[in-house]
Design a protein around this ligand. Sequence first.
Ligand code: CA
Length: 422
Amino acid sequence: MSRANDPGLQSWISVPEESDFPIQNLPFGIFQTDGLSPRVGVAIGDQVLDLAALNRDGFLTAFDLPDSILENQYLNDFIKLGKDKTSAVREHLSDLLQEENAVLRDAPDAVNKYFHLQASVQMLLPVQPGDYTDFYSSEVHATNIGRMFRPDNPLMPNWKYIPVGYHGRSSTIIVSGEHFHRPKGQILEKDGEPPVFRASTQLDFELETAFITFDGPAMGQSITTSEAEQYIFGMVLFNDWSARDIQRWEYVPLGPFLAKNFASSISPWVVTLDALQPFYCEGPVQDPPVLDYLRFNGPKNIDISLEVGIIPEGNEETTVCHSNFKYMYWNINQQLAHQTVNGCLVRAGDMYGSGTISAPAEDGYGSMMELTWRGQNPLTMKDGSTRKFIEDGDTVVIRGWCERNGIRVGFGEVSSKVLPAI
Ligand code: CA
């Protein structure tokens, strides 16, 4: 266990109660503020610690980092340093921030020179993902969707053998706070008639997380389930926006395409796998038994509470879903082992979505498709309006956090607003 995860640690930077970012978290992101180029920051309480400034003034000399790694628009070059080094940087920052450590605390003008209020900075997309995979690993979600189309046989025969996934589009991944326009596309309005071209009327969110990898071994080699943690830098919250009406017409026979690639939103802070270690838990029993390369030892699911809210334009938020990452059937070690079992190369900054995370209870479903059961049971917002799917002007917010031994390690949020089609 990393000593930076010790629940007894306190920082000399005051951390508000209920903050997602105590000293035990220290997630990495990219921020920008007046007069400063984009750079690597670490969240602590309601502050951002400026790693580029720390490095320039000699607080990170042990790591011999070129300035360009930390004064950078993305975390990719930092992640390229590999697990040993990025973990050691987090441990060192933990030391510097501990209340009894005077090195940074008592440096002249330290708070002004090295910290910014999170509320005063702009968070940028943390990584430039070269490749992006989306899995489909929640049994509740796969069963719900399957049941709508195949009531007698909801799960396909491959589902409990393969962590099913597809290759998505990395160019349209956006960071929390960025908005996007409702997509247009081909939609089949009536069976037996030609499709029409128009704006989607069944725009949906998908509650997901995503993990981000380090550089993997050479192409042709694989990552085993027991090696997977060495190749995973951290996780973010992920909203895999989906247009159900476009999806329904296009997905045969090759799967998701334009219904999925117009926008996918992620949270700005990458919570390291190191910080998540205390929250590992057992996953569901996998029956039938998985093939050998997918077997694993020890608890590999992670207890991350998740919630989704909808904010209609100018109105207050209505929480529509409470779920948890612990319900996933396939864990991230298995997903990465499966991704690479054929020799597929993984690179620093690549992203892997979990698939929609639906909990067993009906208020735990991770998409409108399931919550309203294809629009049959609309949800009522606090302002009295109803929703079958997501409307123009709606903002969808996903939050996620872990809690154990009085320590809350959170992700912050991912929030995006839907603008009218153009
Ligand atoms: Ca998805």
